[in-house]
Design a protein around this ligand. Structure first.
Ligand code: HEM
Ligand code: HEM
Length: 221
């Protein structure tokens, strides 16, 4: 295996990029409208009624967008780099990264493109697998708790589960609402780490233009 030169390749399809930035926009609107209805962190930039309508409209639209995103992620083949079987090796790599960081050593990226086969030999740094499953977990909690607040009768089990986790509240939906808020602040932090990592690894350009300069891995050599 030889690894020296780089090649400009298409990294993300147009639809993938549109969906990514559309999700970012929707999450920003959800956060700002969510905090405008919040009892704990009230950022009242619009009236509570308007914020609530906007939040519910965006919440339902966003649920649709991420469902389609996940479907597209699987159908386009992107999922193969992130699948469940990649989680354990990703943890190992993360430990390796942490150890190297402490020792002051640089971690070698496994990303490479095979010019002979005209496809990626490896598309992502394994830590990205953890980032992806982190997003899926946060999204699932936000959608389920959001739907439980909107339709408490149909999603009673979510409210009961939240109440079991935090029984200090006077009613179940109050516990759900608090978890919804807590995880939304978690999302703000996660988003900042994700944006910072994408920026420092020089990946933002490829999420805009679609292409990236990748190291060539010549599999036949
Ligand atoms: C990224 C996704 C989301 C974020 C960041 C977010 C954020 C928030 C925040 C901060 C609150 C205020 C909680 C409080 O302090 O009282 C809230 C309330 C609420 N959210 Fe979300 N939310 C998201 C997704 C959703 C979804 C998908 C739905 C439903 C489809 C939803 C439905 C609701 C409802 C019904 C309320 C309560 C509004 C009220 O009682 O006036 N949210 N959300
Ligand atoms: C709510 C905000 C965001 C969400 C939900 C989100 C979600 C995602 C997801 C699910 C992926 C695919 C999995 C992965 O490669 O980790 C991804 C990739 C990516 N995101 Fe975000 N993202 C958000 C914000 C941002 C921001 C603000 C930036 C840039 C400043 C950014 C830059 C990127 C880049 C460059 C990639 C592709 C990494 C690669 O080429 O492998 N994202 N994002």
């Amino acid at each position: 295996m030889m690894k020296s030169e780089t090649i400009a390749v298409k990294r993300h399809s147009f639809l993938y990029r549109i969906l990514h930035w559309f999700i970012v926009l929707q999450v920003l609107l959800l956060l700002s409208s969510g905090f405008a209805v919040s009892e704990y962190i009230p950022l009242a930039w619009i009236s509570r009624g308007a914020a609530r309508s906007l939040h519910i409209l965006m919440g339902l639209t966003w649920t649709g967008t991420i469902t389609f995103f996940i479907y597209y992620f699987m159908m386009s083949g992107e999922y193969k780099w992130f699948g469940v079987s990649k989680i354990a090796p990703a943890f190992d790599f993360f430990i390796h990264e942490a150890r190297s960081f402490v020792k002051g050593k640089k971690v070698k990226s496994p990303v490479g493109y095979s010019r002979d086969e005209k496809k990626y030999a490896e598309k992502i740094v394994p830590t990205e697998v953890l980032a992806w499953w982190g997003w899926v977990s946060l999204w699932t909690i936000m959608v389920l708790t959001g739907l439980a607040l909107l339709f408490p009768e149909s999603f009673g089990f979510i409210n009961r589960l939240c109440y079991a986790i935090i029984p200090a509240f006077s009613k179940a939906t109050a516990a759900t609402r608090f978890i919804h808020l807590l995880v939304s602040t978690g999302m703000v932090i996660y988003m900042m780490i994700h944006a910072y990592a994408s920026w420092t690894f020089g990946m933002v350009g490829s999420m805009i233009s679609g292409s990236n300069e990748e190291p060539v891995i010549d599999l036949k050599k």
